[in-house]
Design a protein around this ligand. Structure first.
Ligand code: ADP
Ligand code: GLC
Length: 504
């Protein structure tokens, strides 16, 4: 009898991808975009990936074909019900961790209706993280055990710590999207949750007499990534390290910066379902942008005369918080309004003081400053298509997605040289205009005057249609999708990547 032939094909790598938000199920910022498009890109290159999320009420409403996979017993006598479901935006099963009162509530995943963090956030994400760890080692006995667990930001920082508690844990990867938010809590909370005592150590997750889930991720992961090479270097310095610079310096041998990609099917000016006129880089570009500008201004309730005007529009979309340097933009606006014909379109929500400033500017300049306070996915697309320039004066920016959307939409970004902004935008100088690499405008000081100077440089070039078209089209031609970046993650999963945090 012929012997059965040995198959040489390796089984696909199994990756459990754990996040606290994922577009289009629930999203507050860029993490949501990444937790949607990176797992899809990984599945596309043959990784057997499962995305696990908390079973927030909004998510339960959107996911289809829900079935109960089983129950997990967590510490302190809590049980987690594990659901599996599907959604058309994902090419993989979704696993949801349902711990009754912890996630089944309306609204934002992190903050309550009063604008403050949910007071039980430490408990919510500690329990979620434990459930993720148990799922990874197949406590439900479904036959699926992870080779790799990939956790993101403080909400899942304790996943690598929980996996320290099991024999032969899967490989643990931890990605920092924003070091400024570390989710720390006090000893009483730690004690009341009856967490493993050894976490409370300087060699564990203890951080200045508090428990830091972010530090747990850094200490217990086998490899740390962050979302751009420049941010990987910046966080090793006191200025950007939020107290973690020394720890990160010690971990440099296992730290990489991998630039985020964008979902080029959702963010595509040639097919975007939210915009008035589709376009690509050809001789119709400026007409199409003008039509989209009118559409944007209409959507923002600009007066009819303003809608019809041709003067350029500087756009902004984002959280109205310090990080984004929104105050620099607000400070620069009055002088730009005085000395140029430019207008502003600003979409965002966040700190009260900044929302109030935006309202005041809109009231003072109803024909030149337009805005929307709140969150609107369609408006964000309309703004990318309709604005002439995109301002992103961030004080720090781990990666930033909006500048990449802007590049793709022929809306040159004006950015501060930090983090992913520095890695994705090429300043327009004589040299870069000549060699055809210019894609936007970059400035250094986190000051309104520096932003204003960069915007003025941009407005001068905007008057030169040939050069402007060149800058737009160079941006639109950038390769910003996830394909290659997903392969970089695969190398990290397989343990074949070199650290890049200290490569310059
Ligand atoms: P961060 O994650 O720091 O907020 P990113 O640039 O990485 O910054 O991602 C922000 C994402 O959230 C982008 O997809 C952006 O379009 C979106 N976004 C932020 N604020 C709003 C808003 N008010 N309305 C619509 N989309 C928004
Ligand atoms: C964070 C960062 C942002 C990054 C996003 C996705 O929210 O602030 O710069 O693009 O995560 O990684």
């Amino acid at each position: 009898m012929p012997k059965p032939r040995k198959t040489t094909a390796k089984p696909p790598l199994r990756v459990l991808f754990a996040a606290s938000e994922a577009y289009p199920l629930i999203k507050t910022g860029g993490l949501g975009d990444v937790a949607h498009s990176l797992p899809n890109a990984l599945a596309h290159i043959g990784v057997d990936v499962r995305l696990v999320l908390p079973a927030y009420r909004d998510v339960l409403r959107r996911v289809e074909d829900l079935q109960v996979l089983g129950w997990l017993s967590l510490a302190s006598g809590l049980d987690a019900r594990i659901l599996q479901g599907w959604h058309a935006a994902f090419g993989m099963p979704l696993w949801l961790v349902d711990i009754g009162h912890l996630f089944d509530r309306e609204g934002n995943p992190y903050v309550g209706p009063d604008g403050h963090d949910w007071p039980d956030n430490p408990e919510r994400f500690t329990r979620f993280s434990q459930a993720v760890a148990l799922l990874a080692v197949d406590h439900l006995e479904t036959g699926w055990r992870a080779d790799v667990v990939h956790a993101h930001d403080w909400q899942t920082g304790l996943v690598p710590a929980w996996l320290e508690e099991v024999p032969k844990p899967p490989r643990r990867i931890y990605t920092i999207h924003n070091l400024a938010y570390d989710g720390q809590f006090d000893y009483t909370t730690f004690d009341s949750m009856r967490l493993p005592a050894r976490w409370w150590s300087i060699h564990g997750a203890e951080f200045h007499d508090r428990l830091s889930p972010m530090k747990a991720g850094l200490m217990y992961a086998d490899w740390i990534t962050t979302v751009s090479p420049t941010y990987a270097r910046e966080i090793c310095t006191p200025e950007y390290g939020y107290g973690y610079a020394d720890i990160l310096n010690h971990q440099r041998h296992k730290l990489s910066g991998i630039l985020n990609g964008i979902d080029t099917r959702i963010w595509d000016p040639a097919g975007d379902r939210h915009i008035a006129v589709h376009y690509r880089c050809d001789e119709r570009l400026s007409n199409a942008k003008a039509a989209n500008r009118r559409d944007l201004l209409k959507a923002l309730d600009a007066p009819a005369k303003a809608q019809a005007a041709d003067a350029p529009v500087i756009g902004f979309v984002g959280r109205l918080v310090d990080q984004k340097g929104i105050d620099l933009l607000f400070d620069a606006i009055p002088s730009l309004l005085r000395n140029t014909v430019v207008r502003f379109a600003i979409i965002g929500s966040g700190e009260q003081q900044y929302e109030d400033r935006l309202k005041a500017l809109m009231e003072q300049h109803p024909a030149r400053v337009f805005g929307f306070i709140g969150y609107s996915e369609p408006l964000a697309h309309q703004l990318e298509a309709g604005a002439d320039l995109f301002a992103m004066p961030s004080r720090y920016e781990p990666c930033g997605l909006n500048q990449m959307y802007s590049l793709r939409y022929g809306t040159p970004p004006v950015v501060r040289r930090t983090g992913g902004l520095a890695d994705t935008v090429v300043d327009s100088t004589r040299a870069t205009l000549e060699d055809g690499s210019a894609t936007g405008f970059v400035f250094d000081a986190a000051e309104a005057a520096a932003l204003e100077a960069a915007l003025r440089r941009a407005l001068v070039l905007h008057q030169n249609p040939t050069l402007w078209h060149q800058i737009q089209c160079t941006g639109m031609a950038q390769k910003l999708d996830w394909d290659e970046r997903a392969r970089n993650y695969l190398a990290i999963y397989q343990g074949t990547a070199a650290p890049t945090g200290d490569d310059k």
